[in-house]
Design a protein around this ligand. Structure first.
Ligand code: C2E
Ligand code: CA
Ligand code: CA
Length: 958
């Protein structure tokens, strides 16, 4: 099951929780902040109001002091300087903000002197003075009226003001006028005091003093009654300081107070305050300590004079005022984080739980599915079991096999299936019996004993094949397999297995075996079975001491039959001969077909019957009986070679025997066929020589070991040499001069004859042309052509090329063919002959008379010359019929317009006979043996001739 990743980023629920809690926290913090602001603002308002109120009250009280002083004048009427001093002294001690108490006396000019005198009593030489515009004082000029500082307390520190005429001071006079008008105290604005050089450091509160007893109801009456005024010089900053000190408000560093002696915040009129209000603060400072709100500004009117009071809160660190909201914010944020973390954890846990639940569910589903699968599988298995049991029964029923079971005593207890129907057995009769009780001879046979031993060893066995007789007594081959059975305690309980009837297979095998070992055509044993039999015969011979004969039989000229009559006829011939050979022998002997027309026989000697050559003759006679092929009767002879064991085996055993028989047969062939030969060691020598020749022959041509001899051919009418036959000689360094009959057949067999023949053709033509060019006459040369050459594909081209290269006239070349050349395929042979004729050469039939049906083909062949075989010529005098044959051949040839040449003419009589019968030419020792080229040339130069009929022969020998 795939595991989901648990480490997800913040879950949605956690994020929402965080956002919600943060929002609530912000709202709450904002509300708390609001409250905090309100609280701060309220506190500020209260404290600011307290200050404003205190200042207002303090100022009123200061004015009250003047009223009290003035009350002294109103009560007593006339106040002495002494009284004024006593009255003000405690006040001055108590109220430090009062610079001085004054009594301004209104004096007409005429009373100036008196006053100056009076003043001088206090301070000598005092005169009335006035403030100068540029500062400082000067003696007052004459005025109509003076308002002179008469009483002045305390004198110390204020003495500069003593005797000062304040009538010139507009502010003082305006205040006096107002005071008179309203009949109450009136204050001036800030003034520059005579006794204080600092500018605008104080103000005066003035209250009129009237003549005692005067009516004062209206302002006119009051102005008329005015005799002076009382004034208090108040140091404004000290006053405010004192007010605040007294109210214990001065030391609060949080509250900033500014007091102006004007209607607005005029910096020129400031009497109290630290620095410039609302001084620009840095952003950081503002942020760290924001202003609590707008400063409180109040304008008071005290004794008709406006006062402006401004209270502001000192910047306070934000934190101190907003701990609640900040705490709310921080706490809320923490809470939000914790909540969201908690929610996140919850979500994660619930997800993990969900995953676990999913996994568990999947597991459950899987195991449930497995359970279902198991049930299904079990049902299928049960069904399959039933099916397979059914199938087993059906198979056993259908099959030729059967099933068997044996108990611990090896007795059959069950046999099911095809044993009875197809196996030909009777299961019922077998139950309760052991196998060896049901199979005859089993206990005595090798295989039976081995099998029983195996059963007793409790071993399994397979492919045990054995033969038995069925209920009808027929031979049955069975093949059985079996395995031992053991119970849970490993105790042997019996055997069980299967059985098959393999009779058909066995028969097929035997048939195949037979086919493999027998020749299909004749049914005789073939080479492989022959080897077997030969081995057995040799073994028997070695045991018994009786000889064994091995005969190799080769039909003479079988190829001829095959080629001329067709293969079917050849087959019939072979079958006939095979049957005859077979019937000519005893059963114990073997006849085998080796190949083609070769048969081998093995004859073993028995005590009662000795082997002798008559047997061989009997075989030859049997073969020689005529055979009917189609409509024709055919005669076949054979040549037989015999090798005898142990005499001829030469220690080489069976193999050498056939070889020796072959050599002997070869000798029989050489000896003219139709005879038999027993092998002799000398034959072996010849055979060996043949082998030597064969290998030497392969190099002879390139080593230039061949030469041509030429035997003259003489015209019988003129007696002149008209041509010659080229005859090959082999000059071998070790073998000496090898005669053609020893090597030409070998060359023929090996195919070397083609190259050798071409050499002969070339050499003969070149020689002939050379002699012609040498003026020795237009001689004809006869060249022998072997069968192999005749059949070669490029025969015509090769001869054409030789003629062209040597420049010899084609009609001077005579090609000698033998009858055997035509036997294989007449049509092809005729074609080849026509081809040769087209080249312009002459054709002759060599050894005429020795072949079959000699005369029948003559008319069909484009030949020019017949060459009567030597054997007829030599018998002319001895055998009358041969002489007759020669005469009729000559007559026949002449009828067919053919020339006739007789070869092997050795005697004058022979020559005479031939002449008489008008033979055209002769060739033979009588005139000349074959000569080396130089000798032949000499013969030509000497112009030797055949003597006329009457004359003695001029014998010329090479
Ligand atoms: P063949 O074609 O019948 O040649 C004639 C043979 O008769 C020659 O034997 C010759 O020497 C021999 N002969 C001639 N006159 C007399 C006579 O008066 N009395 C006796 N007894 N013999 C006589 P040779 O030279 O030993 O040749 C034997 C055979 O070898 C030839 O028989 C021929 O079949 C074959 N042969 C020779 N040369 C060639 C060749 O160049 N090519 C082929 N294919 N075969 C050749
Ligand atoms: Ca010849
Ligand atoms: Ca011949």
């Amino acid at each position: 099951m795939p595991r989901h990743r648990l480490a997800t980023p913040l879950s949605t629920a956690a994020a929402l929780t965080l956002a919600g809690a943060m929002a609530a926290t912000l709202v709450l913090a904002a509300a708390v902040a609001r409250l905090e602001y309100d609280k701060v603002a309220l506190a500020f308002q209260q404290r600011a109001s307290a200050r404003v109120q205190a200042i207002g009250q303090g100022l009123e009280e200061a004015v009250e002091v003047v009223a009290v002083t003035n009350g002294l004048f109103a009560a007593t009427g006339t106040v002495s300087r002494r009284q004024f001093h006593d009255f003000t002294a405690p006040l001055l001690a108590r109220l430090p903000f009062i610079q001085a108490f004054n009594y301004h006396r209104v004096v007409e000019h005429d009373a100036r002197a008196a006053l100056e005198a009076e003043l001088s009593l206090q301070v000598p030489a005092t005169s009335i003075t006035e403030m100068q515009a540029g500062g400082g004082r000067a003696v007052a000029p004459q005025r109509a009226r003076y308002h002179v500082v008469d009483y002045l307390e305390p004198m110390a520190g204020n003495d500069a003001a003593f005797g000062l005429n304040v009538a010139g001071n507009a502010a003082v006079m305006a205040a006096l006028a107002r005071a008179t008008e309203q009949n109450g105290p009136a204050a001036t604005g800030l003034l520059s005091l005579a006794q204080d050089t600092r500018r605008n450091s104080g103000f005066e509160v003035i209250m009129p003093v009237y003549r005692p007893g005067a009516a004062l109801a209206t302002p006119e009456q009051r102005r008329a009654a005015l005799v002076g005024d009382t004034a208090a010089i108040i140091r404004a900053s000290v006053l405010v300081q004192q007010i605040l000190d007294r109210a214990e408000l001065a030391v609060d560093p949080d509250m900033l107070v500014w007091v102006y002696a004007s209607a607005s915040a005029d910096p020129a009129r400031i009497v109290y305050g630290q620095g410039a209000p609302g001084a620009a603060r840095t952003r950081l400072a503002q942020w760290l300590a924001p202003a609590a709100g707008e400063p409180l500004r109040v304008t008071l009117t005290v004794a008709g004079q406006p006062w402006h009071v401004m209270v502001d809160a000192a910047p306070r660190p934000f934190l101190s005022e907003h701990l609640g909201s900040l705490g709310t914010l921080v706490g809320g944020a923490l809470f939000a984080l914790l909540m969201s973390a908690f929610v996140h954890t919850l979500v994660r846990r619930s997800r993990r739980v969900q995953l676990l639940v999913d996994a568990a569910t999947a597991d459950l589903t899987l195991s449930n599915q497995r359970l279902i699968d198991d049930v299904v599988a079990r049902r299928q298995a049960e069904a399959a079991l039933q099916t397979s049991e059914q199938r087993f029964r059906q198979l056993v029923a259908m099959s030729s096999d059967w099933y068997w079971e044996q108990d611990a005593e090896l007795r059959f207890i069950d046999i099911t299936g095809g044993a009875g129907a197809k196996g030909g057995l009777t299961p019922d009769s077998m139950i309760g019996r052991t196998r060896w009780e049901t199979v005859d001879g089993m206990e005595d046979s090798d295989w039976g004993r081995a099998h029983i031993a195996r059963l007793l060893a409790r071993e399994p066995f397979t492919n045990l094949e054995y033969a038995t007789r069925d209920e009808h007594g027929e031979l049955r081959w069975l093949c059985i397999h079996g395995e031992p059975l053991f119970d849970a305690d490993q105790r042997f309980t019996g055997y069980r297995g299967t059985g098959t009837d393999i009779t058909a297979r066995k028969l097929t095998e035997q048939r195949i075996q037979h086919i493999a070992q027998h020749d299909v055509l004749t049914g005789l044993p073939n080479r492989s079975l022959l080897q077997d039999r030969l081995g057995q015969a040799v073994a028997y011979s070695a045991r018994s001491g009786h000889p064994v004969w091995v005969m190799l039989i080769d039909l003479d000229r079988f190829k001829l039959v095959n080629d001329s009559m067709g293969h079917k006829a050849g087959d019939v011939l072979l079958m006939t001969i095979a049957a005859r050979l077979r019937s000519a022998l005893r059963d114990t002997d073997t006849v085998a077909r080796l190949s083609g027309d070769e048969f081998v026989m093995i004859l073993t000697e028995h005590d009662d019957e000795h082997l002798n050559p008559d047997i061989v003759q009997r075989l030859m006679d049997a073969v020689a009986q005529p055979v009917l092929l189609g409509q024709k009767e055919f005669f076949v002879t054979c040549s037989i070679g015999v090798a005898v064991y142990p005499t001829d085996s030469a220690g080489s055993g069976a193999a050498g025997l056939i070889e020796h028989a072959d050599i002997a047969m070869y000798r029989a062939k050489q000896l003219g066929r139709n005879n038999f030969q027993f092998f002799t060691p000398a034959m072996n020598e010849e055979a060996m020589e043949r082998v030597r020749i064969e290998s030497a022959l392969r190099n002879a041509l390139e080593r230039d070991q061949f030469v041509l001899h030429y035997q003259p051919q003489v015209n019988l009418a003129s007696g002149k040499v008209v041509g010659m036959e080229a005859l090959i000689r082999w000059q071998h360094p070790e073998l000496g001069m090898v005669a053609p009959h020893r090597f030409v057949p070998v060359a023929e067999e090996t195919g070397l004859i083609v190259a050798i023949g071409a050499w002969v053709m070339r050499t003969a033509c070149a020689q002939t042309k050379a002699w012609q060019d040498a003026g020795l006459g237009r001689l004809r040369v006869a060249v022998n052509l072997s069968a192999r050459q005749f059949g070669a594909a490029n025969l015509l081209a090769d001869i054409g090329a030789v003629l062209e290269q040597t420049g010899m006239a084609p009609e001077l070349l005579e090609i000698e063919l033998t009858e055997s050349l035509f036997m294989s395929d007449v049509t092809v042979a005729v074609e080849t002959m026509h081809g040769l004729k087209k080249l312009g050469v002459q054709l002759s039939i060599d050894d005429f008379g020795t072949g079959y049906s000699s005369l029948s083909y003559l008319s069909r062949f484009p030949i020019d010359v017949l060459k009567i075989d030597r054997s007829f010529v030599s018998d002319i005098q001895r055998d009358a019929s041969d002489a007759a044959i020669v005469a009729s051949i000559i007559a026949l040839a002449h009828n067919l317009k053919l020339d006739v040449i007789a070869e092997g003419v050795e005697t004058a009589e022979q020559l005479d006979y031939l002449r008489r019968h008008r033979c055209d030419e002769m060739q033979g020792y009588y005139f000349s043996r074959p000569l080396a080229a130089s000798d032949f040339e000499q013969l030509l130069r000497q112009k030797q001739c055949l003597p006329s009929q009457a004359q003695h022969p001029a014998r010329i020998l090479a």
